[in-house]
Design a protein around this ligand. Structure first.
Ligand code: FES
Length: 567
């Protein structure tokens, strides 16, 4: 079997010449014959000036390189697309599949014995893991780690739950411009990823749970020296798994590992986005994501981690409290302890050897959960035949059973134009509907599902309303917000047929979301429905033609393996 620089030789029709030429170019870089015989560990860099969350990536990469060389390997760093939530128009989700393709194709093209993926910001982690599963070479993840929390006037602050809370308070006239401006400079006091249990934190936890990241790697703050030591250890481990010394991604992502990931999302009070990403990652391994099982797991799994947006703390608190393995140990036999972790041991062995001390205030016991009820609930009904999701634990109890008239917004422009109109015919009992913001319609499901409370109601003290959309919301957001309605409006789902004043019924206990309009009336509306125009060219056209709905992870249909396995 070929290894190192003899892998994936460029096609010249002469393998010997291809290897000779490759070595010549590397000798021009100053590498000796001894170096060229070593196992090759790729380091997939997502450092970018447009990704402030990854500002520490260069130091992390240097530490991984050190680990690789100390273990006798030769590191090669290469770039791919990098995605940051605030620097990706129209949305980072629109580009996640492009990044997954970029990652996969580089892993297929380069002579790598193993790879370390440097990710962190929300979509980078699923994109890299999706690519690694499809390329199926030994892969480890080293996330950049979470920011430390900030503070203002004695109050702890963090991105982005408090960004949203302060912005809402400013909209409602509760805080002035000066307070908002000061908080803006204190919400993110260090680099790293958002330090609440948002999408980045949840996805890091899933990377660790699925066996792509060394135990404990999720919670180490970006600016701690421990993060660099973790990176060095990751580099050394990457040499150990190079060339068949460890399981391939396709062997890591098993039904048992995916089920463990579902348990973790619920127990962490994780991001709704993570459900889409887990469906996509599982799909790449040929595993169908079972939304019904995810919902059942939620009913049996309490939220035991007291972090925002559901609870009070930040990732540095979870790190001090014992980290992700401490959470896993509290979950006990809710998890399959026989799955393989990134350090090669069974999960049960890792948890047995993990330090005993746990801070019960942050990592609660299953008998003393952070909130009553499950974190996330899967809904179905006449408005969402393909499913929808609600962050139950971040919703208002009084709205979990609600019937009210619809007020429909057709896309984000319509929403922006009318939501603060003082003459908007809206009451607190209305159900706000945003459509045309799904995978195709958005495009890329903008995180706009947490539709702002109309200004006139916010100023009257209304804090929450039922909001329904085919969009997503940030993992750091909260409210009675039903997301990922499938099929989406842009492909003719029932959401496209709703009109102002139609009655919508939400019953979370029954897991139902229904439009109370007769079938005859809906049939006549369906006949008159006109599909929106699709983009004419480029990636936007590819995306519109091939993106799947949320329950399939919004992956491209042609990137999912045919039934029965990984291609
Ligand atoms: Fe990068 Fe939140 S914007 S993790």
């Amino acid at each position: 079997m070929t290894s190192g620089l003899s892998r994936r030789l460029t096609e010249y029709g002469d393998a010997g010449f291809a290897r000779f030429l490759r070595q010549a170019f590397l000798k021009a870089r100053g590498l000796t014959d001894d170096a060229l015989e070593r196992p090759i560990v790729g380091i997939c860099s997502t450092a970018s000036d447009f990704n402030p969350c990854h500002a520490s990536a260069p130091q992390l990469i240097a530490a991984v390189e050190r680990g690789v060389m100390l273990a006798g390997g030769l590191p090669f760093t290469f770039p791919t697309i990098s995605l940051h939530e605030s620097f990706a128009y129209p949305t980072s989700m629109f580009l996640r599949n492009l990044m997954a393709m970029d990652t996969e194709e580089m892993l297929r093209a380069l002579p790598l014995d193993s790879v370390v993926l440097i990710g962190g910001c929300d979509k980078t982690v699923p994109a890299q893991i999706m690519g690694a599963i499809s390329a199926d070479i030994p892969a480890l993840m080293a996330v950049v780690g979470p920011m430390l929390a900030g503070s203002d006037e004695g109050e702890r602050l963090g991105a982005c739950t408090d960004c949203r809370r302060l912005w809402s308070a400013h909209r409602a006239g509760e805080i002035d411009d000066a307070k908002l401006a000061r908080a803006q400079g204190r919400l993110m006091p260090t680099h790293g990823t958002c330090m609440v249990m948002g999408t980045a934190s949840t996805m890091a936890a899933l990377a660790e749970t699925l066996g792509f990241m060394l135990p404990g790697g999720t919670t180490i703050p970006a600016v701690h020296s421990e993060r660099l030591r973790f990176a060095e250890e990751t580099g050394a481990r990457a040499v150990a798994i190079a060339g068949g010394g460890g399981p391939l991604p396709s062997a890591l992502v098993t039904p048992a590992a995916v089920r463990n990931a579902m348990v973790l999302i619920q127990a962490l009070g994780g991001s709704t986005n993570a459900v889409i990403h887990l469906a996509a990652m599982a799909g790449r391994a040929g595993i169908a994501f079972d939304a019904g099982e995810f919902d059942r797991i939620g009913r049996e799994t309490p939220v035991i981690v007291d972090l925002k947006p559901i609870g009070r703390g930040y990732m540095e608190d979870l790190h001090r409290a014992g980290g992700l393995p401490a959470v896993m140990r509290r979950l006990g036999d809710r998890l399959d302890l026989d799955v393989i972790t990134a350090d090669g041991r069974r999960l049960g062995e890792v948890l047995e050897s993990w330090p005993d001390w746990v801070d019960d205030a942050v990592v609660r016991t299953v008998d003393d959960p952070v909130v009553p009820g499950e974190a996330l609930a899967v809904l179905r009904g006449s408005l969402a035949p393909g499913g929808a999701i609600l962050k139950r634990a971040a919703a208002s109890d009084r709205l979990l059973r609600h019937e009210g008239p619809a007020l429909v917004f057709d896309g984000l422009d319509d929403l922006a134009r009318r939501i603060d109109d003082p003459d908007l015919p809206v009451t607190a009992e209305h159900v706000l509907i945003l459509r045309g913001a799904g995978p195709v319609g958005g495009p890329g499901m903008p995180e706009a599902g947490a539709v702002p409370i109309p200004k006139k109601l916010a100023q009257a003290g209304v804090k929450d309303m039922v909001r329904i959309s085919d969009a997503r919301m940030s993992g750091t957001a909260y409210g009675t917000v039903i997301l990922h309605i499938s099929p989406e409006a842009a492909i003719g789902g029932p959401l496209a047929l709703v009109r102002d004043g139609d009655v919508v019924r939400l019953d979370v206990e029954a897991r139902r979301i229904d439009l109370l309009v007769g079938e005859d009336e809906l049939a006549s509306r369906r006949e008159n429905w006109v599909a929106p125009e699709r983009p004419g060219r480029g990636y936007a056209r590819l995306y519109a033609d091939h993106v799947t709905q949320a329950e399939l992870g919004c992956d491209f249909d042609f990137l999912r393996p045919p039934a029965g396995g990984v291609t």
